[in-house]
Design a binder for this molecule. Sequence first.
Ligand SMILES: Cc1c2[nH]c(c1CCC(=O)O)Cc1[nH]c(c(CCC(=O)O)c1C)Cc1[nH]c(c(CCC(=O)O)c1C)Cc1[nH]c(c(C)c1CCC(=O)O)C2
Length: 358
Amino acid sequence: MSSAPAPVPSTSPADSDLVRAARGLPVSRTPVWFMRQAGRSLPEYRSLRAGTVMLDACQDPDMVTEITLQPVRRHGVDAAILFSDIVLPLVVAGMDVEIKPGIGPVIANPVRSVADVDALPPLEPEALGFLETAVRQLVAELGPTPLIGFAGAPFTLATYLIEGGPSKEHARTKAFMYAEPEAWGRLLDKLAVSAAIFLRAQVDAGAVAVQLFDSWAGVLSAVDYAERVLPFSRSVFDGLGDREQGVRDVPRIHFGVGTGELLPLIGDAGADVVGVDWRIPLDEAARRVGPQRSLQGNLDPAVLLADRATVDREVRRVVEQGKAARGHIFNLGHGVLPDTDPGVLTHVTELVHELTTS
Ligand SMILES: Cc1c2[nH]c(c1CCC(=O)O)Cc1[nH]c(c(CCC(=O)O)c1C)Cc1[nH]c(c(CCC(=O)O)c1C)Cc1[nH]c(c(C)c1CCC(=O)O)C2
């Protein structure tokens, strides 16, 4: 939106187009990255991961480094996102969690009672040495490319803990939220503390932006979200700390699926950037979120499975509609689908750059 001359690309990750777009500053071109850019769409990922369980791979600094770098090398995207998972803080704290291929995280002993909430083990920052090693290695390898750190938001993690695994309706989660409001608050508070510790470790080691994934928050009404979830997401961002507490000031991206009606609230929780799925056009999302925040999104991941003309048309539309935002980070509306041809991701990256280089 700014008419100031476009800056030349920066050599410092903290002054990269990603960070600048997140802050609403002029960029050399619209930055692009893809949620789930590392993973099964890449043959080099599948061969490296062969024989290693997902949650072991996430705790091996060399594997984390290599897998995180793969999509940056291949596609030329404008950011890396740490290869990890939202359930990792639970695993490091000692919980029995497994990620079943094609299904998702499964919790051996789900949280079903007030006593279960109180028995949840805390995450000790000292246990995150492997993460700091991985982030430091990555920052050294990435040069000017920024690294995004991330964590799962309290609500989305609570859905896995309470349901015991993935679910569509999240009915047990909501039932617990309504029936046990005090224990719900203690649960989300514990999850907020551990998410903040997890993010802080990544930022201290050199991540220059963070994304809080509240993937399933869209199942809630705005009133329930505002009263029973938002305060805990805000406390993750607050707990991450600021300059006065000796923490570098990094932009905060906040994302969920199906959050059209929640967009203003997702911003209010403390985001610099609101992640938008494909259901709401970015110009409409900009109206809902207001001029104080940037947007990230929002190409439908399924479009990448269509013909090239359709892909190009939809990419152009997202780029056009993104101009209504204070700043725009091009991304999908949710993660890359495993069957996606990686060549299409490279093409989309190049096309967005071509369309937005001034
Ligand atoms: C809900 C959620 C999870 N994990 C995550 C979320 C929030 C984002 C979202 O909404 O998609 C976050 C996540 N998980 C993973 C990343 C890595 C970074 C990246 O985006 O490239 C990130 C940011 C790796 C992963 N996390 C997982 C994989 C696949 C594991 C494999 O390759 O075997 C990857 C690369 C496993 C996982 N973990 C989870 C699911 C639903 C799955 C998929 C299960 C499957 O389809 O096999 C929980």
